[in-house]
Structures are given as structure tokens and as C-alpha cells.
Write a protein that binds this ligand. Structure first.
Ligand SMILES: *[C@@H]1O[C@H](CO)[C@@H](O)[C@H](O)[C@H]1NC(C)=O
Length: 116
């Protein structure tokens, strides 16, 4: 009986140390203001999520853009993680760019708004 209580308390403590599942905040933007036909950098910033297992894809018309670079997984004091993924691109009229984020069992597509 005493052992069972002790184990229950131990499990409760270990769960309290790390935060629960927290979905990411996602920002999709370009380095320069978007202009059709001009080389630019597409940036997807994913922050404040937990646990750290995450997949980020930069997409053009539903296909992943090759040669994207991803920063190291950084974490803040509260155990929430953030990552940035970038790729050079030349936006053209009629093309749709987005950042696809898979965290846990949730997949969401965040569109880049070119403001053109
Ligand atoms: C990605 O990394 C490679 C190798 O370090 C570099 O040549 C390239 O310019 C980087 N791409 C971007 C968009 O910064």
C-alpha cells in the first residue's frame, strides 16, 4: 500500500516537470516584400511547441521545395521549442506557397500571403 502511494506520487512529479502537448505557433513570411519574378527567401518560423518532434516542409503548389535549410532545435527555459526553416525561391503569379507543419497527429498547412 505504501509503495503504491509512493509510486503514484513519483509519476505525478515526473509528469509535472514537462509541459503537456502544446501546438506550435507558425509564421510564414518572406525576407523581402514579395515581388513576382524576383529571387527571395521564404521563411517559416515555428515556435512555442512541445514535445519537440515536428516536421516542417516548405511547399510550392503542394510539392515540397528542395534544398531548404532548417535551424537547430532551440529550446527556451520553459521547455518549449522553436525552429526556423528557410529556402530561396522566386515567386510567380498563380503559384501557391505554404509551410506544412506536422506535430503529433496534427498536420496543418499555413499559406504565405504575398501581399501583391
Ligand atoms: C542553405 O545552406 C547552404 C549550405 O550552408 C547554403 O549554401 C545556402 O545558401 C543556404 N540556403 C539559404 C536559403 O540560406
Amino acid at each position: 500500500m505504501m509503495i503504491a502511494i509512493f509510486l503514484t506520487a513519483l509519476v505525478a512529479v515526473s509528469f509535472a516537470e514537462e509541459p503537456k502537448h502544446t501546438p506550435p505557433k507558425v509564421q510564414v513570411y518572406s525576407h523581402q516584400p514579395g515581388k513576382f519574378g524576383e529571387k527571395n527567401i521564404l521563411i517559416c518560423r515555428v515556435s512555442d511547441f512541445h514535445p519537440p518532434d515536428i516536421t516542417i516542409q516548405l511547399m510550392k503548389d503542394g510539392m515540397e521545395l528542395p534544398n531548404a535549410n532548417q535551424t537547430d532545435l532551440a529550446f527556451k527555459q520553459d521547455w518549449h521549442f522553436h525552429l526556423t526553416k528557410i529556402v530561396t525561391f522566386t515567386p510567380m503569379r498563380e503559384e501557391a506557397y505554404s509551410c506544412k507543419v506536422k506535430h503529433g497527429s496534427t498536420v496543418k498547412d499555413y499559406a504565405w500571403e504575398p501581399n501583391m
